[in-house]
Design a binder for this molecule. Structure first.
Ligand code: HOZ
Length: 424
């Protein structure tokens, strides 16, 4: 069946034909593609078209598609059983890698997605502090948990969903939202809500309003102000964990949060999330402490095995310098192509995550990210797709470079991108 035929069937059976809104390609106004195979840095759709892939399953595939070590580990695990619902050895192996790699994590609890990780982290912060307010940043996205869907990025920003239907006002009112990178706004929120703020949650490098790096000193400011007010600092490293360095953004910027949320790369392409922190904090979770959180499939052996293989490979290869070099080449070359064509743009990149914005403004918060010409972005997306380059179908997302993107692939992608820009 072709892309079109499969999607037509999907439309009858799934809301909007998809299981996650951004897959419907609505913001880029084109027919969604249906992917049937991925190998290295390339994917193929049901019509047989091949694409150089910078979507990378929205971040997990730092080793590229069907990485042989991950596939091998998964096969081995599958042969022993799909799920036990009791402790299995892979959980301990993955926990030991996480504790070893992420600086602030001494104890970790595995869940099944990034959303579960942030939801549980917030509950833990509220349980420990006995406070109810959560402070988040405009345009940061932490999954679809009620308390965190206010002024969110990712699909919520993509579709311009203003409010939070389905989320009672009383719940939404417990979330304080301030602009990313604004120390002043955070300071005023603490002045107003003082000691009622349970936690501040932040993507240390925002990825869900497009890539927006923290201003110098912003993360350490958050560290200090939370500590001074007895609030907990939560780093949502679902995207940045194991991507910006072995130890994520916290290692890169030298800041230890109280709780870290992980996902994506952690599961090597399988559905895994986690939250972790110092022992004294994590000991408040049941069965050690009173804060309840559970899951039938949490710590699933197949998913854990994929995670172990992925993290071990990252430790062995230490690919971070090469990833950044390739991302820099890609960003700078695209910037030159756009300048030559006279198209206003800003390209933000940190490590192996990047976003092309079509604006003259410096992009440092959600407001400036929204100044990007999203109509032009949609044209750009379609032109790239036609030439065989896949990027996220939304302005407010990150492109990901993987270890499977070799220099030749970056060069080939740039040739395709050049053609696409010519046709814009
Ligand atoms: N966390 C992804 C956005 N950055 C999720 C993609 C989706 O919404 O499907």
């Amino acid at each position: 069946m072709s892309n079109r035929e499969i999607y037509k069937e999907a439309l009858k059976l799934l809301p909007g034909g998809v299981n996650s809104p951004v897959r419907a390609f609505k913001a880029v106004d084109c027919q969604p593609i249906v992917l049937v195979k991925g190998k290295g840095c390339r994917v193929w759709d049901a019509d047989g078209n091949e694409y150089i892939d910078f979507l990378a399953s929205w971040g997990p595939l730092i080793l590229g598609h069907s990485s042989p070590v991950v596939i091998e580990a998964v096969k081995k695990a599958v042969e022993r059983g799909l799920s036990f619902g009791l402790t299995n050895p892979y959980e301990v192996q993955l926990a030991s890698l996480v504790v070893d790699m992420i600086p602030s994590v001494e104890v970790v609890r595995f869940v099944n997605s990034g959303t579960e990780a942030t939801m549980s982290a917030i509950r833990l912060a509220r349980g420990i502090t006995r406070r109810k307010y959560v402070l988040k940043f405009e345009g940061c996205y932490h999954g679809h948990y009620d308390s965190l869907l206010v002024s969110a990025g990712s699909g919520v920003a993509t579709f311009g969903i203003p409010g939070t239907p389905g989320i009672p006002e009383e719940i939404a009112n417990l979330t304080i939202v301030v602009p990313f990178n604004s120390e002043e706004a955070v300071r005023s929120a603490f002045e107003k809500y003082g000691n009622d703020i349970a936690c501040v949650i932040v993507e240390p490098v925002a990825g869900n309003m497009g890539v927006v790096p923290p201003k110098e000193g912003f993360l350490s400011f958050l560290r200090d102000i939370t500590k001074n007010h007895g609030s907990l600092l939560i780093f949502d490293e679902v995207i940045t964990g194991f991507r910006l360095s072995e130890g994520g953004a916290q290692e890169l910027f030298g800041i230890d949060p109280d709780i870290t949320c992980l996902g994506k790369i952690l599961g090597g392409g399988m559905p895994v999330g986690a939250y972790g922190g110092r022992r004294e904090i994590m000991s408040q979770i049941a069965p050690e402490g009173p804060v309840y959180q559970a899951g039938t499939l949490s710590g699933n052996p197949v998913a854990m095995a994929a995670g172990v293989a992925t993290l071990q490979q990252l430790k062995d290869q230490n690919p971070y310098r090469e990833l950044e070099t390739n991302t820099k080449t890609l960003s700078e070359s695209i910037a030159t192509l756009l300048s030559d064509k006279g198209i206003a743009h800003r390209i933000n990149y940190v490590g192996s995550m990047m976003t092309v914005f079509f604006t003259e403004k410096k992009v440092e918060d959600f407001e400036s990210a929204k100044s990007s010409d999203t109509k032009l972005f949609a044209k750009f997306f379609k032109a790239l797709l036609k030439e065989g380059v896949l990027i996220p179908p939304s302005q407010f997302e990150a492109w990901f470079v993987s270890t499977a993107h070799k220099k030749e692939d970056i060069s080939q992608a740039l040739e395709r991108i050049e053609k696409a820009i010519r046709d814009l």
